[in-house]
Design a protein around this ligand. Structure first.
Ligand code: GTP
Ligand code: MG
Length: 190
């Protein structure tokens, strides 16, 4: 298994707090409640990141050290309606600084999208954003345990057409797609 050890390092609220880069990092992005923190727990086989039924749980950029060599970076979810305008602006500033300051260290940007919803404008913007920064991105469809196998096939086709990219059908419940995700991460980091 590529991922041997994962430990929490710190939560970043302000740009000055970003840690010294290691040998590369993978960030996890997506709308609030899509399952970013859950995926981190699945990948590390530990309960590291806080998961919640309430959207907007992760409000900071959380850094995890992987194999003492790399970072996994849990980004706060976007599209969360209940936060104030001020908070949304803070979020935007923090995320933009993250990408502009770390672009050379980010080896892969994992975008989670809910397999049960149509493509969201915010996800399309995020993909464009990654392209702008020259980042390699991976699209992961979450919560496929809620769909029939037939529907999973259909949504995989739908999302690959929409994003013009390969997508991985994943579920934290059945662990579908986890090995594929780990393989992509390993290839990007090594
Ligand atoms: N059925 C199912 N539920 C999932 C899956 N992944 C996550 N969840 C649930 O979705 C909810 C949100 O998960 P989180 O991991 O906290 O989502 P997040 O993207 O980190 O959310 P924010 O921190 O608000 O941005 C929780 O109740 C999880 O248990 C999945 O693959 N299948
Ligand atoms: Mg979270």
């Amino acid at each position: 298994m590529f991922i041997k050890d994962v430990r929490f390092l710190l939560s970043v609220h302000r740009i000055e707090q970003f840690p010294e880069p290691l040998q590369g990092e993978v960030c996890f992005a997506g709308r609030s409640n899509v399952g970013k923190s859950t995926l981190l727990n699945v990948l590390s086989r530990k309960k590291l990141a806080r998961v919640s039924k309430m959207p907007g749980k992760t409000r900071t950029i959380n850094f995890y050290v992987v194999n003492e060599k790399y970072y996994f970076v849990d980004l706060p979810g976007y599209g969360f309606a209940l936060v104030s305008r001020h908070e949304r602006q803070q979020w935007k500033k923090l995320i933009e600084s993250y990408f502009s300051l770390r672009k050379d260290y980010i080896k892969l940007s994992v975008l989670l999208v809910d397999s049960r919803l149509p493509v969201q404008e915010s996800d399309k913007i995020f993909v464009e954003y990654c392209k702008y920064y020259g980042l390699k991105s991976l699209i992961v469809l979450s919560k496929t345990d809620k769909l029939s196998d037939h529907m999973v096939k259909k949504v995989v086709q739908y999302f690959s057409d929409e994003f013009r990219s390969e997508v991985i059908a994943y579920s934290a419940v059945t662990k579908r797609g986890v090995n594929e995700i780990v393989e992509k991460i390993a290839n990007a980091l090594e």
